[in-house]
Design a protein around this ligand. Structure first.
Ligand code: AKG
Ligand code: FE2
Length: 312
């Protein structure tokens, strides 16, 4: 059975500071491992990424506390105009023809936020995690650039997260017990098949399971939760940028294990977290080498995808 490859980031994880930056040889070896994973199965786990277990615990705690609030409390963090950030309830987003049974909280660095008032430390922990993810994301992009024989800053020079407007987003997700009044379709799953829209997504999930990824050879495999590992998924913009050398990975969340057959209310909800990395809004994403794709503007691209998936 095919499994998600695990790449060891110990030489370039967040525990490695500037003074101990990796040698060229270490980076080359890491880039080779990344290339093997991303052109083999197509997506990868990374371990020893250096984001502390303590921070993951803290964000999971505030996330679970938030999602357990009464619906009217959560709705105070929602934006009716555009539904692009803040809180969104079950069935607001449609992916791959599936009305998703998930609720989520979104934060974009360059957009106003509506933080929950009744969850202690929510904003601080969220922002701390965002900063950690951003640093790690940049390192992953650098190694990916080396893996396809480009200069190290090939992707990152168009990712100026803190100084130029970007649509980079961090999301907390909860897949709650199946609501009694939810009208299921025959092929109903929790999160429909899709590829992510940006450059690279980092995903952390709890131990419940249900996430699947489609391999480069077209087979669906379970992305079994692995302690201390983060999933790295390539998005549509990297696929365009590299003329399909690196490809966006279809993924989905199936019925939760506790509701396997009939999707009646399960006993356990599922909690996950995503960092959707995006380039600068102004960036024109072209492609390498044979220029398979016309250059597109990064912000136009995400606006179009948002419109399709929320139906507005
Ligand atoms: O919940 C997950 O594990 C994955 C979520 C996801 O793929 C997405 O929100 O794009
Ligand atoms: Fe996704």
């Amino acid at each position: 059975m095919i499994e998600t490859p695990v790449v060891d980031f110990k030489d370039y994880g967040l525990n490695v500071d500037a003074e101990n930056s990796p040698t060229d040889a270490q980076l080359k070896e890491l880039a080779e491992d990344v290339y093997k994973a991303l052109t083999g199965v197509g997506f990868m786990y990374i371990k020893n990424h250096g984001i502390s277990a303590d921070l993951f615990k803290r964000i999971e705690n505030i996330g679970r506390e938030f999602f357990s609030l009464p619906q009217e409390e959560k709705m105070k963090c929602s934006f009716t105009e555009g539904k692009k950030y803040g809180y969104s309830g079950v069935a607001t987003q449609m992916l791959g023809g599936n009305r998703d049974v998930k609720e989520f909280f979104d934060y974009e660095y360059w957009l106003p936020a509506r933080w929950p008032k009744n969850v202690n430390g929510f904003e601080e922990v969220y922002k701390e995690m965002f900063r950690e993810f951003t640093t790690l994301f940049r390192r992953v992009l650098e190694v990916m650039a080396l893996s396809i024989n480009q200069e190290r800053t090939f992707f990152t020079k168009l990712h100026n997260t803190y100084t130029k407007r970007t649509r980079t987003k961090m999301r907390l997700l909860n897949y709650p017990n199946m609501p009694e009044d939810f009208t299921k379709t025959e092929s109903q799953i929790r999160l429909g098949e899709h590829t992510d829209w940006g450059t690279v997504t980092l995903i952390a999930q709890d131990s419940v399971g249900g996430l699947q990824g489609k391999t480069r050879s077209g087979e669906w495999i379970d992305v079994t939760p692995k302690d201390g590992c983060l999933l790295v998924v390539i998005g549509q913009l990297v696929q365009r940028w590299t003329s399909d050398k690196l490809q966006a990975n279809p993924h989905r969340v199936m019925k939760l294990p506790s509701e396997a057959e009939d999707m009646k209310a399960g006993k356990n909800s599922r909690f996950s977290m995503t960092y959707f990395g995006q380039p600068d809004c102004e960036a024109m994403i072209g492609s390498v080498g044979d220029s398979k794709y016309e250059p597109i503007n990064a912000n136009d691209h995400i606006e179009q995808r948002l419109a399709e998936s929320y139906g507005y």
